[in-house]
Design a protein around this ligand. Structure first.
Ligand code: EPU
Length: 421
């Protein structure tokens, strides 16, 4: 297993280009199943999650080639098993979003239930209720969801809770249903909007993506497409925090500034300069950060995928910050690891009180999930001494070659292949 070692205390300076968005890429990979024509995706981030999704597409019968530019040919899916097996779904929950496309295009699908995960129980009841509303017959058998429908039919559906994946799954299915669907209380995340843009390019008729009501007029067939994936707002936010806490000055080229308002507002509140420049977002860290209160919310609120990272900023900031997690019930796994580096964090239910400024000190720490790992890298950038991060595979799910990119802007960071001798 790889590990990453960081010598803390170096200011970050320079330019770094933001990669394509993981969570958009994964869903567009799923959307490629809605047609039997080939799809080409560009600006694809090279991540283990994207590779896992490609493996799933291959198991379903697609021919998949490339990495930065990904060519997906689903022509042979009809002859395949139409099954997403447990071994892939358990490594990556986003696999369940093949459900909607397979059901809509082929009339049936068999998808493993994902089970819980490191950050919470994460049920999929809303995915199933939404597909049922479109006419799917659903059975749970031996840990698998089995779905059938000759042809889905358009319907109204109100989500009980705002869910990104649920919105995307049902939206994709509704594209090939007979008649019009009206989905209410949907997620407004940029990755939902991006998926809608892609589906429209494929011939779907969708209105309202980016608002809380989406209307979809079903069509008989969709076609392939060539699409370049939007930049990742969470990667950009993570690198922005890296610049902020190291008193750095970094230009995040192509940062999707319009999707980062909540993040930028919090950085500015902490005293960070965020300048929108023609090439992207320039982030300049102050000599002393100030405490900020943050509560995660569905978009356009502050993203849960940035909660762990902002906690490191809070630890470096002067004063007491209150960080509240409202989306997932167990997303404070980074706290004990940050505490081992000296952070003063007190968790009470869904909130954490962070008192700073703390001079973090390097330690050997263990990554537990993707964003928790990112927070440990950030802590390592400012900690005195040499921080060693184990279980780096969590990081590789969502950050492409993070060590190379941070090194380019001045971090002392190295990856070692294999365990310590
Ligand atoms: N929920 C339900 N029932 C459902 C679906 C969701 O109760 O049927 C609950 C979840 O348990 C959670 C909340 O609703 O408490 C929100 O979950 P959501 O469905 O929105 O999350 P997701 O679609 O599974 C995506 C991202 C996550 C990101 C969340 C929230 C992808 C592939 N994943 O997950 O990304 O945290 O939205 O924004 O798009 C990450 O990139 O690190 C990551 C975890």
């Amino acid at each position: 297993m790889d590990r990453i070692v960081i010598e803390g205390g170096h200011r970050l300076r320079g330019r770094v280009r933001i990669n394509g968005a993981k969570n958009a890429a994964l869903l567009i990979q799923c959307a490629s199943l809605l047609t039997d024509q080939a799809t080409t995706l560009r600006h694809v981030p090279i991540l283990s999650d994207v590779a896992t999704m490609s493996r799933l597409l291959e198991r379903l019968g697609c021919a998949v080639e490339g990495d930065r530019t990904l060519a997906i040919d689903p022509a042979a899916v009809a002859q395949g098993s139409l099954e997403a097996p447990y071994d892939l779904v358990k490594t990556m929950r986003a696999s369940i979003t093949v459900m909607g496309p397979l059901l809509a295009r082929y009339g049936r699908a068999r998808v493993s239930l994902p089970g819980g995960c490191a950050i919470g129980a994460r049920p999929i009841d809303q995915h199933l209720k939404g597909l049922e509303a479109l006419g799917a017959k659903i059975q749970l058998v031996h840990g698998y969801v089995e779905l059938r429908a000759k042809r889905l039919r358009g319907a109204g559906f109100v989500f009980d809770t705002v869910t990104v994946g649920g919105t995307q799954n049902v939206m994709m299915a509704a594209c090939l249903a007979k008649g019009t669907s009206r989905l209410e209380n949907v997620a407004r995340e940029p990755e939902v909007q991006e998926l809608a843009t892609v589906l429209v390019k494929m011939g779907a008729r969708i209105r309202g993506a980016g608002t809380s009501v989406i209307e979809i007029e079903g069509v008989d067939a969709l076609h392939g497409l060539d699409h370049s994936i939007l930049p990742d707002r969470i990667e950009a936010g993570t690198l922005a925090v890296a610049a902020a806490i190291t008193r750095g000055d970094v230009l995040l080229e192509d940062a999707p500034v319009d999707h980062m308002h909540a993040q930028i507002a919090k950085l500015e509140e902490a005293g960070v300069q965020c300048r929108v420049e023609p090439d992207g977002l320039r982030v300049i860290g102050p000599e002393q950060l100030e405490a900020v209160d943050v509560a995660t919310q569905p978009y356009p609120g502050f993203p849960t995928d940035m909660q762990a990272q902002i906690m490191v900023l809070a630890a470096c900031a002067r004063g007491q910050s209150l960080v509240t997690e409202t989306i997932f019930e167990n997303r404070f796994m980074h706290v004990p690891e940050l505490a081992r580096m000296g952070a003063d964090i007190h968790v009470n239910g869904h909130s954490a009180i962070v008192r700073g400024p703390t001079k973090l000190s390097a330690a050997t720490v263990m990554a537990t999930d993707l964003r928790a790992s990112a927070s440990l890298v950030l802590a390592g950038l400012v900690a005195a001494g040499s921080t060693e991060i184990l279980r780096v595979y969590h990081l590789d799910r969502g950050y492409e070659a993070i060590e190379k990119r941070l090194r380019k802007i001045g971090a002392q960071i190295k990856r070692y292949h294999g365990a310590r001798a």
